[in-house]
Write a protein that binds this ligand. Structure first.
Ligand code: NI
Length: 258
């Protein structure tokens, strides 16, 4: 069977290796997730079950399951007529997403803080220490997520914890590409230290306030990013067809800032 253009692109990114049948879903999910997070599969890339099944030499079922997981993590989204595609790095509703995160994570903190033990607090502290010297943006995004998750670790409501983790995964993806341009490094570390101290003090009201402050910095950075993206799009539109073609072929300049 002839490969489509999309299929040969996927093959060039993902390779042709067939996973063992019993691991198919996990391997496929992990491969796609990594390629989306590190930008090798850009926003808008079509993820068709049939193409992926052929590429990995598996049935459609594990592919469908893997795609469903990635969709739940907001890495894919379903578009009319196109099916599942790689989701944009950050949607226009990002500020809403942060507002929701503040609600969810405040509740997770309230439930978790009284139950945290020394191991959880040490895990959070270790993330702060590692962030001090880390220069790789992928790793910094991951450590930020692990730090916050350590503070929520004892939340007894697993559904709440899943929602919280999805929000953090979404942020991690954005941070990987934009940490350098946002200049958040030092500020975030001060916030993180304060959060840890308040967790040790078991001061729930203060830590909830401090978290809102921390996440609002993210809202500001993302709003700035979205404004810049809008004006870049506007500028390329006024430059005529040629410029428009280029901007479609490549991600916006600010998305490649690392
Ligand atoms: Ni943080």
């Amino acid at each position: 069977m002839r490969e489509t253009h999309n299929e040969s692109f996927l093959a060039s990114v993902l390779g042709h290796d067939s996973p063992p049948a019993h691991l198919a879903r996990i391997v496929i999910e992990e491969k796609l997730r990594t390629a989306i997070l590190d930008g090798r599969l850009p926003a808008g890339t079509a993820m068709r079950q049939q193409e992926l099944a052929r590429l990995f030499g598996v049935s459609r079922m594990p592919v469908r399951e893997a795609l469903r997981q990635l969709e739940a993590q907001s890495l894919l989204r379903v578009e009319t007529h196109k099916g599942a595609v790689v989701a944009p790095l950050i949607g226009d509703d990002a500020a809403d997403a942060y507002a929701l995160r503040i609600l969810l994570e405040s509740e997770a903190l309230r439930l978790s803080i009284p139950l945290l033990d020394e191991t959880d607090l040490r895990a959070a502290e270790q993330c702060i220490e590692l962030l001090e010297t880390e220069t790789d943006f992928n790793e910094m995004g991951r450590l930020n997520r692990l730090f916050h998750m350590a503070l929520y670790a004892k939340t007894p409501n697993k559904r709440l914890l899943d929602l919280v983790e999805n929000g953090l995964n979404e942020e991690e993806r954005f941070l990987r590409f934009n940490l350098s341009s946002m200049g958040l490094g030092k500020l975030s570390q001060d916030d993180h230290r304060e959060l840890l101290q308040l967790a040790r003090d078991r001061d729930i009201e203060a830590i909830v306030k401090s978290l809102a402050h921390h996440l609002n910095r993210g809202v500001e950075a993302i709003s700035k990013y979205l404004e810049e993206r809008k004006s870049a799009e506007l500028a390329s539109k006024t430059k005529g067809t040629r410029a428009r073609k280029n901007s479609l072929a490549r991600p916006a300049a600010s998305e490649k800032s690392v």
